[in-house]
Design a protein around this ligand. Structure first.
Ligand code: NAD
Length: 328
C-alpha cells in the first residue's frame, strides 16, 4: 500500500508530480498494490487506514515529506507540519495499531546541519576533499554532533522527526530506524531543480536545459545511492529489526561525485556538451562535502552490498528516460 497525496506537485510544480509513479505501480502490480491519496497530516485518515489493516502491517517505510532545503524557508509551518508532525502521526498510528511492525524513516544528512562544512577540506581540481588521515576520511559517521550549527528551517523539522523515530524505539520499544540519507535517486526520480540533483542534472543534459550551479566552485561533493540498493538495506533491516537505531545511509566512498564531475559524466553518457550557469551564492546550509559512512549499517547487516555507483546510476537514468526527456 502506498500513501501519497502528490504534495510534491504543490512543492515543485508540474515537473515534480509523482502521479506517473503511482500509475506505474498500479499498472505493474495490479491488485497487489493499493494507492491512497491521504495526507499524512490528516490523523483521522491515517487512523482509519491503520485500524483497517492493524497487525497485517509488517513494515512501515515512512518516506513522505517535504524534501527541499530551499523550499522549507518559504512555508516554515507547512514544512514542519508535514515533516515533523506528519512523522509523529505515522509513528503514533504504528504504535496504536501495529506495534510489532518494522518502522523505517528516510531521514537526512541535513540533521547534521552545516557542521560537515567545519571539516578540514582541501580544494582539488574537480572537487573538495577531506584532509588525508581525518577520522571521517572513509565517510562521516553517526558520531558527528548535531548541535551548535546552522540547520536551516528544513533541518529543524527533520531533526524533530529523526529524534521522534529514535524515541519510539527507545521509549516505546518499537522496531524503528532512522536512516540519515545522502542523495537518494534512481531512474524514476521525478527531477526538479530544488530536489533530486543527479536526476535533474541528467534531465537538463538530455533536454538541453541550462543547469544552474550554486556556489563552492561547483566542486561540492555528494554521495549517491540507487533506490535499489537503498531498498535492499531496508529489506535487511525489516528481516532483522532493531530498536531506535540511527544509520547514515548513502553511496559512501563507493558512490560519490562533485557537481563538476557529474556534469562531465553526463556529457560522457550523452555525448554532448552540457550548458551550465554558475551562481556565486551557495544554497543556505548546503554541504560542501558529504560522503557518509555506511560502516555501522554494514556491521549490523553484513550481507548488504552496493550494486550501483554514480556512473551506472546516470547511465540507467539516460537509458530509462530517453523517450520522454530527449524527445522534448
Ligand atoms: N532524495 C534524496 O536525495 C533524499 C536525501 C535525504 C533524505 N531524503 C528524504 O527521504 C524522503 C523521500 O525523499 P524523496 O526524494 O523520495 O522525496 P520525494 O519528494 O520524491 O517523495 C516524497 C513523497 O511524499 C509525498 N508527500 C509529501 N507530503 C505529503 C503529505 N503531507 N502526505 C502524503 N504524502 C506526501 C510527495 O507527494 C512525494 O511523492 C524525504 O523525507 C526526504 O527528505 C531524500
Amino acid at each position: 500500500m502506498g500513501i501519497d497525496n502528490d504534495m510534491r506537485r504543490y512543492f515543485f510544480g508540474p515537473d515534480g508530480t509523482t502521479i506517473p509513479n503511482a500509475i506505474r505501480l498500479i499498472n505493474d502490480l495490479g491488485t497487489r498494490y493499493t494507492h491512497l491519496e491521504h495526507d499524512i497530516r490528516d490523523r483521522d485518515a491515517l487512523a482509519k487506514v491503520f485500524a483497517r489493516y492493524r497487525d497485517n502491517i509488517a513494515l512501515v517505510i515512512h518516506a513522505a515529506g517535504q524534501p527541499s532545503h530551499d523550499w522549507a524557508g518559504r512555508e516554515p509551518l507547512t514544512d514542519f507540519d508535514v515533516n515533523a508532525v506528519g512523522t509523529l502521526n505515522v509513528l503514533e498510528r504504528t504504535r496504536s495499531h501495529c506495534p510489532d511492525a518494522a518502522f523505517i524513516f528516510t531521514s537526512t544528512n541535513k540533521v547534521y546541519g552545516d557542521r560537515p562544512n567545519q571539516l578540514p577540506l582541501v580544494e582539488m581540481e574537480t572537487r573538495w576533499e577531506i584532509e588525508l588521515g581525518h577520522e571521517y576520511q572513509a565517510g562521516i559517521t553517526e558520531s558527528m554532533p548535531i548541535d551548535s550549527c546552522l540547520h536551516s528551517i528544513f533541518g529543524v523539522g527533520k531533526v524533530a522527526a529523526d529524534i521522534a523515530v529514535q524515541e519510539y524505539g527507545r521509549y516505546f520499544g518499537l522496531n524503528t530506524a532512522t536512516f540519515r540519507c545522502g542523495t537518494l535517486t534512481g531512474p524514476a526520480h521525478a527531477a526538479a531543480e530544488l530536489h533530486g540533483f543527479l536526476a535533474y542534472l541528467m534531465r537538463c543534459a538530455m533536454e538541453h536545459r541550462t543547469y544552474r550551479i550554486f556556489g563552492y566552485g561547483g566542486k561540492q561533493v555528494r554521495d549517491a545511492i540507487h533506490s535499489h540498493d537503498l531498498v535492499a538495506a531496508f529489506e535487511a533491516f525489516f528481516r532483522a529489526p532493531r530498536q531506535g537505531e540511527i544509520y547514515n545511509m548513502g553511496g559512501g566512498r563507493h558512490s560519490h561525485t562533485s557537481l563538476m564531475e557529474a556534469v562531465a559524466l553526463a556529457e560522457k553518457i550523452t555525448g554532448e556538451q552540457m550548458a551550465t550557469e554558475y551562481h556565486d551564492a551557495n544554497r543556505v546550509g548546503d554541504h560542501v562535502w558529504w560522503v557518509g559512512s555506511t560502516a555501522k549499517f554494514a556491521s549490523h547487516y553484513p550481507d548488504w552490498t552496493y550494486t550501483y555507483d554514480v556512473e551506472t546510476i546516470l547511465a540507467e537514468m539516460y537509458e530509462t528516460n530517453r523517450q520522454t526527456w530527449i524527445s522534448r
